[in-house]
Design a binder for this molecule. Structure first.
Ligand code: NAP
Length: 490
């Protein structure tokens, strides 16, 4: 693998590399450059130099380049799907879904050509106007996570480029390969030298330098809340605009009158999609007491049938790395020590051959989790779910809102009054009613509280990439009389 700086594929200036491990086997897959701060500075300088030209060509030409990139990705999509299975441990059907998402987002954002419009506002007196232009920020630093390593890259670089910004992309060190593959397609599609730059390396080594650099005007990062808070602190050096898409702890509510079959299927998706490593994953289950026993029995039975192992032949692949496996195991161990009952799972599966050294964990259901327990308060980010029995709607919505995170939430009910009461009271950026996720390109994916600030998708998401410039114009030919300036001075 290489970095892409100022139109050239290069190694790190230190000559050093990092290793990418296959989470299914624990074996090294690839080596990628460990960029230095000097490499990052060169990438930012290149992005700054390319900005004026890239911005001036107009959004129609940029849209055509985006659509060409979409076409090139579509033609070779099987390669990208294979990389996602290898570097992330996704099962093939979910790798396909992710690539569908990549293509959809690029098409969606390309559709904004000539649609970013400003305003003309009347002035305070005759023959005066205020022109409000929407202009790009300049150099955008884009930092992406490992859980949807291709979709998150597309969701950042497509709107940034369409609006005329130039980009320095730094992917997660757990998934650099899919990001490099996508960048190559954008370059092949015609993104000119400097408009996109790609650097790899540990966030802990080069992250601060990238987000606090004085030439970076916007930082868009998807990742954990801890990293988001660090970025907020560091980016203050530069007052960079921030778009931060951070952690989640989605409540999944099944009410007494829910369509049980739809709720069950959706819950299996919401909990185990991507191995529970999704910001919108169901992380807390609240089931109405009238249906609790039968719903939990059916959900446990379905969960036991989920096949875990080699992603090519299973329903559920591995966690991303050894640290994630350790964290997930610790959550379950401590829950069990505190008296919660493990209905299924709770340990690593027994696998054969190379997969014995992979980071697999069985789908796990824990009963009896207290509202203030780590299982109900902290982001687990693995295939583990705690359950609570509930009865009163107002109390249940209060419990759902009782979280430092505020991204996705789910509700299953056939009652309109329950839907609208929840819509009014739920305090999350997204509520999915009688359906699973994920979010759509035309929705505004945004989180409340410690899930961050700003959002992605929809016209609100693309407008994160432009700022307003106000031009005050006086087109009268009459002499100016300025009240607080004495005429006898002239
Ligand atoms: P992470 O560890 O916070 O990393 C995210 C990105 O930030 C990576 O590229 C990382 O690089 C980089 N980074 C780390 N330290 C940095 C620093 N000091 N300065 C600048 N950048 C730095 O998150 P993750 O583990 O990859 O992703 C999982 C998290 O993402 C979960 O909490 C999940 O909920 C959240 N997520 C949220 C959304 C959403 O839409 N809200 C979507 C997907 C995921 P390295 O990899 O090199 O450390």
């Amino acid at each position: 693998m290489k970095n892409y700086i100022d139109g050239e594929w290069v190694d790190s200036s230190s000559g050093e590399f990092l290793e990418k491990v296959n989470p299914s086997t624990g074996k090294v897959l690839e080596k990628f450059p460990s960029a230095t701060k000097e490499d990052v500075s060169r990438a930012i300088d290149a992005a700054e130099s390319a900005f004026e030209r890239w911005n001036s060509i107009g959004s129609s030409k940029r849209s055509r380049i985006l659509l060409k990139a979409e076409e090139l990705i579509r033609i070779d999509r099987k390669e990208l799907e294979k990389i996602l299975v290898l570097e992330n441990g996704k099962v093939p059907v979910q790798a396909q879904e992710e690539v569908d998402g990549v293509l959809d987002q690029i098409r969606y954002y390309a559709g904004f050509e000539r649609k970013i419009t400003g305003d003309v506002v009347e002035g305070d007196s005759e023959k005066r106007l205020i022109l409000q232009y929407k202009v790009p920020y300049g150099v955008v630093a884009a930092l992406t996570p490992w859980n949807f390593p291709a979709a998150m890259v597309a969701r950042k670089i497509a709107p940034a480029l369409l609006t005329g910004n130039t980009v320095v992309l730094k992917p997660s060190s757990d998934t650099p390969m899919s990001a490099e593959w996508i960048v190559r397609k954008f370059i092949e599609a015609g993104v000119p030298k400097g408009a996109i730059n790609f650097v790899t390396g540990k966030g802990s080594t080069i992250g601060d330098h990238l987000v606090s650099h004085r030439k970076v005007s916007l930082v868009t990062m998807t990742g954990s809340t801890g990293t988001g808070q660090r970025i907020m602190e560091i980016a203050s050096a530069n007052m960079a605009k921030l778009v931060l898409e951070l952690g989640g702890k989605a409540p999944f509510i099944v009410w007494e009158d829910a369509d049980i079959s739809n709720a069950l299927k959706s819950l299996v998706w919401a909990k185990f999609w991507n191995g529970g490593q999704s910001c919108i994953a169901a992380e807390r289950l609240y089931v109405h007491e009238k249906i609790y026993d039968s719903f939990v029995r059916k959900f446990t039975s379905a969960t036991r049938k989920i096949r875990v192992g080699d992603p090519m032949t299973s329903d559920l692949g591995p966690l991303i790395n050894g640290k994630a496996l350790e964290t997930t195991s610790r959550f379950v161990r401590e829950a069990s020590d505190s008296g919660m009952k493990t209905l299924t799972g709770g340990k690593q599966p027994e696998l054969e051959g190379d997969f014995r050294s992979g980071y697999f964990f069985l789908p796990t259901i824990l009963e009896g989790a207290a509202q203030d327990s780590p299982i109900f308060q902290e982001e687990i980010f693995g295939p583990v779910l705690g359950i609570q029995k509930v009865s009163d709607l107002e109390e249940t919505l209060k419990k759902a809102n009782d979280s430092r995170y505020g991204l996705a939430s789910y509700l299953f009910t056939e009652s309109n009054s329950v839907v609208f009461e929840a819509a009014e009271k739920i305090s999350f950026g997204e509520l999915y009613v009688n359906m699973p996720g994920p979010e759509s390109s035309q929705g505004y994916h945004t989180g409340f509280r410690l899930t961050g600030q700003g959002g992605e998708g929809s016209r609100y998401g693309i407008e994160e990439y432009v700022k307003l410039k106000n031009i005050y114009v006086n087109y009268s030919r009459e002499e100016l009389h300025i009240q607080s300036v004495r005429e006898d001075l002239f």
